[in-house]
Ligand binder design. Structure first.
Ligand SMILES: Cc1cc2nc3c(=O)[nH]c(=O)nc-3n(C[C@H](O)[C@H](O)[C@H](O)COP(=O)(O)O)c2cc1C
Length: 192
């Protein structure tokens, strides 16, 4: 099983990338979790360029999504919504709509911000946009507010309550991927 992690922030010290790095240690050991690091290379969406030979970073993004069994998003909030670079990449991934690599794919959304509310509006908008692409958005939310106070010096999430919530979202995504890849008769709990 393969899960792709996508941070909506491209800055080096990103708390959202820190959330992904924390989640990486929570997935079952036999699962492959990879953080996609090329978001900054994705150009602005242009329908004229959305041809059989799209820009290289777009082709790579679509391929990485197609290769993944599930996607784990961690997003900041910019002016009460999704950072433009993340929305832009999802717009590229969403075309053509009927065959886009997010269609029917289990996805989870968490978020961190330096404000009090932990990117809740951005997460809500991202869930709405992902649902529009046909992705299966799993339930569960982690809203890391006042982010500078919630991470340790190693850059990983350090708050016990939030760690518990993050584990629940990780488990929910794994369950959704299991159910999709193994079919309706799949056991509710994975073998150890
Ligand atoms: C352009 C911009 C807009 C922002 N708007 C919000 C906002 O609406 N709500 C909020 O809680 N934080 C807002 N912030 C602060 C971000 O939450 C903060 O920069 C956060 O650390 C970004 O996530 P990152 O650490 O993953 O890069 C904004 C930051 C920027 C740069």
């Amino acid at each position: 099983m393969k899960i792709l992690g996508i941070s909506g922030s491209v800055r080096s010290g990103s708390y959202n990338t820190g959330l992904l790095r924390t989640a990486a240690g929570m997935f079952p050991a036999d699962l492959d979790f990879e953080i996609w690091e090329r978001l900054k290379e994705v150009p602005p969406y242009d329908e004229d360029d959305d041809t059989d030979t799209p820009p290289a970073a777009v082709a790579a993004f679509r391929e990485a999504l197609a290769d993944a069994d599930g996607v784990f998003f961690a997003t900041p909030e910019y002016n009460s919504s999704i950072p433009g670079q993340l929305k832009n990449a999802i717009d590229w991934a969403s075309r053509p709509l009927a065959t886009n690599p997010l269609r029917n794919k289990p996805v989870a959304v968490v978020g961190a911000s330096t404000g009090a509310f932990g990117a809740v509006w951005s997460q809500a908008d991202l869930r709405k946009v992902l649902a529009a692409t046909g992705a299966r958005v799993v339930e569960g939310e982690v809203a890391v507010g006042h982010a500078p106070t919630r991470f340790g010096e190693d850059g990983l999430l350090a708050d016990e309550d939030l760690l518990g919530q993050l584990q629940e979202v990780v488990d929910g995504l794994v369950e959704a991927v299991d159910a999709r890849t193994m079919g309706p008769g799949a056991p509710a709990v994975r073998a150890a």
